[in-house]
Design a protein. Structure first.
Length: 499
């Protein structure tokens, strides 16, 4: 699909559907809509008067175009209250209406640069509309042989003033890069696990690195062992699939120091190991590498947007399986930094891989800031449902930046406490730490465990267990993997480059 810009009159566009916006509470149609409505015999004004067309966010009504109009449908899309319009609301509304129009077999859509009069620039509106269209129309059909019963939308034309064409184009390009990165993460997390082994994650990373001229290192089991990554390797030892440790590097400035390290949990399938998960819903554990997908996708967008900072993306990719060689509850393993860990549950494996990844970043990359992203705990879903990621930190300034980036992109997050008192739950009688601190405050104690390996480096942990997948379509979110928090991570990097 292409998104193009035109300064021509929307009414005169040859398209399958013309999209106009209506704010909630507006009882009068705009001059442009009123002129069309006159040709329709006043049906749109009547719909507004009767309350069918209310302008509420994401609500829409489609009318068959009158004679003399080359388009097939005229669609009026609710944008909510003008004073409350945000990029996220615009993104949601346009994503939803694009998906609805695809079902109506529209292939070419022409739309106003929606959001006029609200407190958003033309560039911001264009970016939001582009992201909404790309993300809202996303499908994962790689393994479906039957053709869909709809035609894909091939082009969205955004209409704007001639003086705004260049900035609208810039907004569209940023939106495309952001959306395609999120789509990459969706694709990776939606893949069945037999198509996304650790070696496959490494292959995707290599392709991204080659395409965007990133430095990349992929280490195998022997190299990980030489570095002392026995926590991550213990998780991998029950699987026939060889682990991979991936480091991708973007250089946006000439200094050697790394400003930001993004670490993603890369469990390509989590059976629970010897602490076997129930079979019901286990198939969803193909998405336990959504954190890894997020950081690989984020650095791909960062490389294209070129902020002036240095960023690394790090992934320990392993598969957690039960077998005669699998690690066991009661085992003691040693992480790269020398800390010993008592294994309470082999289903708390992600934090073991993160321990070595964070330790590696501290010892070898020496990043100034660390953000790790993980589908880490079911407790996070209990705490925050499927609305927000959990944010936990040892540095409030960095957490504030992550929270602000999430708010800006519409990928909501909420901070949980990191009081020292919670550390008591992770104490072991036979090792430095245990990998499970019990059911109470499960998200917090899991983060406290990972934080032990961040030491004094400013660090934020994002638990995305509740938001990495959706079981329904809403706005620009489609069923399956969501691609959250790719856009948050990219926006964070852009923000850090400006300060």
């Amino acid at each position: 699909m292409q998104i193009k810009v035109s300064s021509a009159n929307l009414e005169k566009q040859s398209a399958d559907a013309l999209v106009f916006g209506l704010y909630e509470g507006e009882k009068k149609l705009s001059a442009e809509l009123a002129a069309l409505d006159k040709k329709l015999g006043g049906v749109m004004a009547q719909s507004v008067a009767f309350g069918r067309l209310s302008g509420k966010l994401c609500e829409y009504e489609a009318f068959h175009a009158p004679a003399g109009i080359s388009a097939g449908l005229i669609v009026v899309l609710g944008l909510g209250k003008k004073d409350d319009l945000t990029s996220e609301k615009l993104r949601r509304a346009f994503g939803a209406v694009c998906r609805a129009l695809r079902k109506s077999k529209a292939a070419l859509i022409a739309s106003q640069l929606l959001g006029e009069g609200a407190s958003l620039s033309a560039s911001e509106r264009a970016q939001a509309l582009a992201e909404g269209a790309y993300l809202g129309l996303y499908t994962f059909r790689r393994h479906i042989t039957k053709k869909p019963d709809y035609a894909e939308i091939t082009c969205v034309m955004l209409m704007c003033d001639a003086s705004d064409v260049s900035i609208v184009n810039a907004g569209i390009e940023t939106g495309r890069i952001m959306a395609e990165a999120a789509i990459l993460a969706r694709d990776m997390a939606n893949e069945p696990s037999n198509f996304m082994y650790p070696a496959d994650i490494a292959a995707v990373a290599k392709d991204i690195a080659k395409k965007h001229k990133l430095e990349i290192t992929v280490m195998d089991k022997e190299e990980m062992a030489a570095l002392g990554m026995h926590a991550a390797l213990s998780v991998a030892q029950g699987s026939a699939q060889s682990p991979k440790f991936i480091i991708m590097s973007y250089k946006g400035k000439s200094t050697a120091s790394v400003d930001l390290a993004l670490i993603g949990k890369g469990i390509t399938f989590d059976s629970g190991g010897i602490s076997l998960k129930p079979s019901d819903g286990m198939g969803d554990m193909k998405g336990d590498m959504a954190g890894a997908a997020s950081v690989i996708a984020a650095i791909s967008a960062i490389a294209q947007l070129k902020p002036k900072l240095n960023v690394s993306a790090v992934v320990a990719a392993v598969e957690n399986m039960p077998s005669s060689t699998a690690y066991k509850p009661g085992d003691v393993v040693q992480a790269m930094n020398g800390k010993t860990i008592e294994v309470i549950s082999t289903d708390a494996e992600g934090r073991l891989t993160l321990a070595d990844a964070v330790a590696y970043v501290n010892a070898k990359i020496k990043a100034k800031h660390i953000v790790d992203v993980a589908t880490l705990t079911g407790a996070c879903i209990v705490a925050l449902g499927h609305v927000a990621s959990a944010v936990l930190t040892n540095n409030q300034a960095l957490a504030d930046r992550v929270l602000a980036a999430g708010k800006k992109t519409g990928e909501l997050s909420w901070q949980l406490p990191m009081f020292d008192e919670y550390k008591e739950q992770n104490k072991s009688d036979v090792a430095d730490l245990k990998n499970v601190g019990g059911r109470p405050a499960g998200t917090i104690t899991a983060a406290m465990f990972v934080g032990e390996f961040a030491e004094n480096t400013p660090w934020v942990h994002m638990d995305i267990a509740g938001v990495n997948q959706s079981d329904k379509e809403h706005g620009y979110i489609t069923k399956g993997a969501t691609g959250i928090p790719v856009r948050t991570l990219v926006t964070l990097a852009q923000d850090m480059a400006l300060r």
